[in-house]
Design a protein around this ligand. Sequence first.
Ligand code: SF4
Length: 315
Amino acid sequence: MSKSVTELCKILNLSKDEIDGVEDSAFPLKVPADFLQQIQPGNGNDPLLKQVLPLKDELKQGTGFSQDPVGDLLKNPTPSLIHKYQGRVLLIASPKCDIHCRYCFRRHFPYQEHSNQRHWQKAIETIAADSSIHEVILSGGDPMSLAENALLALIEQIEKIPHITTLRIHSRTPIVAPSKAPKTRLLTWAKQSRLNKVLVVHCNHKNELSDKTAELLTQYRNSGFHLLNQSVLLKGVNDSAATLQELSHALFEQGVLPYYLHQLDKVQGASHFEVSDSGALQIMQQLRAQLPGYLVPKLVREVAGEANKTPIIDL
Ligand code: SF4
């Protein structure tokens, strides 16, 4: 469900003056109904609202912030495919998302050139011709924003490639729009597939989780998916050890293990979300003291041109 800032303020009982929003962003406001329900009315500082509300702050040009902060455009030999990592390839399955996260590192990515379904055949042929690839990661946009039939058609083609052992889906849909997430055909396929199946969801704050997400994630888990979460460290949203500790516990309650905590990709328009590395490391130190190791995510940054995510560690 897309809304203007004015409509959103009306629904959430907020005065436009207190939020400093902009109506005409090139990356417009988009918030699904399930996510909207999780935002607290009357609270201009709600951590979920901050993730979707276009602010005047986005017009600032932060130092080092650019349109392609992780170098995606340098690494796609075939449209739709991004081959940055050894043994794994990322396939941009859909240009769309159910939500527009203001900090999105692909908010300027030219999806129309790279994610058209007519590129899939070429992408599948490229993967089939390279036996060093054993894992295909469906990304986007959000692959779960595809119609379920189209998603399954793609997955079934991938499964036919003998050297592919693992299918990974990166999706925010099960968290922000669980009512719209693919279920029937995907679950039936997953129960009988030979592939290892990994679903990496994207949740930044415990308030994003609900009974609906719990029910859906249980179904995925019972069908054979390993469930992991990645979050982005965001100023004003989750930049405290207490908030991230609550998130790890809430995810675990829903059968999901914390995987990565990403330092913000320096994408133009998102500089107001930046947390310093020293601040991030301090938070990690507190998390390690408070949580069992399996609930502590790895703090990482994606660096353009690097062959893997770069851990951020104390020296
Ligand atoms: S769901 Fe992911 S790809 Fe989509 S807008 Fe949010 S961060 Fe970007």
